[in-house]
Design a protein around this ligand. Structure first.
Ligand code: GSH
Length: 208
């Protein structure tokens, strides 16, 4: 299978998972927003992560790719068996991160043109995204006060996803990264072997 990624983008979560599970996947680095990207041939939205299976099937969105990859390795502690409440909790966090952190906040901050035509209004859209981000991180911060990871006291696919968004916080300003618990959690994320390997690989490709 092939995983299409852009260095440091949300596709990093799927890349980390490939490493965590030691799956045989080819990593294809693509540029975003370029008309001739090979990505557009398989994903008309031109977005990463995109996973292409050996039989040609294409799966997009971390919400689908992360559970799919984890299910390739039965009984992996990175997910939980079908029908368990733990599995639902992991999926609940992935849903929250996808909609309330990524789409609601970071998309407004990074791509204000998706929300408004008038360029003069971009700063207002971005400011709303930043304010929402502060608000929407609160449930995560509160939840992590008594836990090492999001669900079940072990690193799961939900953590693989959360770590990506935390790694974006320094880019948008100091005041969003002052929470001690988030800093500590993010350090633990970045010190995982799977994360270090993915960062090194993507950095190398970026510098090519
Ligand atoms: N929330 C989804 C969204 C995928 C997404 O928006 N990916 C971004 C990179 S973080 C992208 O490819 N953007 C390019 C574009 O929107 O043109 C996920 O995590 O899979």
């Amino acid at each position: 299978m092939q995983l299409f990624v852009f260095p440091g983008a949300c596709s990093f979560a799927s890349h980390v998972l490939i490493n965590e599970l030691d799956l045989p996947a080819e990593l294809i680095i693509v540029k975003l927003g370029t008309p001739n990207s090979p990505l557009l041939q398989i994903n008309p939205l031109g977005r990463v992560p995109t996973l292409k299976l050996d039989d040609g099937t294409v799966i997009t969105e971390n919400t689908a790719i992360l559970p799919y990859l984890a299910d390739l390795v039965p009984n992996t502690p990175l997910f939980a068996p079908a029908g368990t409440s733990e599995r639902a909790q992991i999926q609940s966090w992935i849903g929250y991160l996808n909609s309330e952190i990524h789409a609601a906040c970071f998309r407004a901050i990074n791509r204000p043109h998706r929300y408004i035509n008038d360029e003069a209004q971009y700063p207002a859209v971005q400011a709303k995204g930043l304010a929402l981000l502060t608000e929407n991180l609160q449930p995560i911060i509160a939840h992590l006060q008594k836990r090492e990871w999001l669900v079940g006291e072990r690193f799961t696919i939900a953590d693989a996803y959360l770590g990506v968004f935390l790694s974006w916080l320094p880019r948008i300003g100091e005041k969003y990264i002052v929470d001690e618990r988030l800093i500590e959690y993010h350090k633990a994320y970045e010190s995982r072997e799977s994360v270090k390997r993915a960062r090194a690989f993507e950095q190398l490709e970026l510098n090519r």
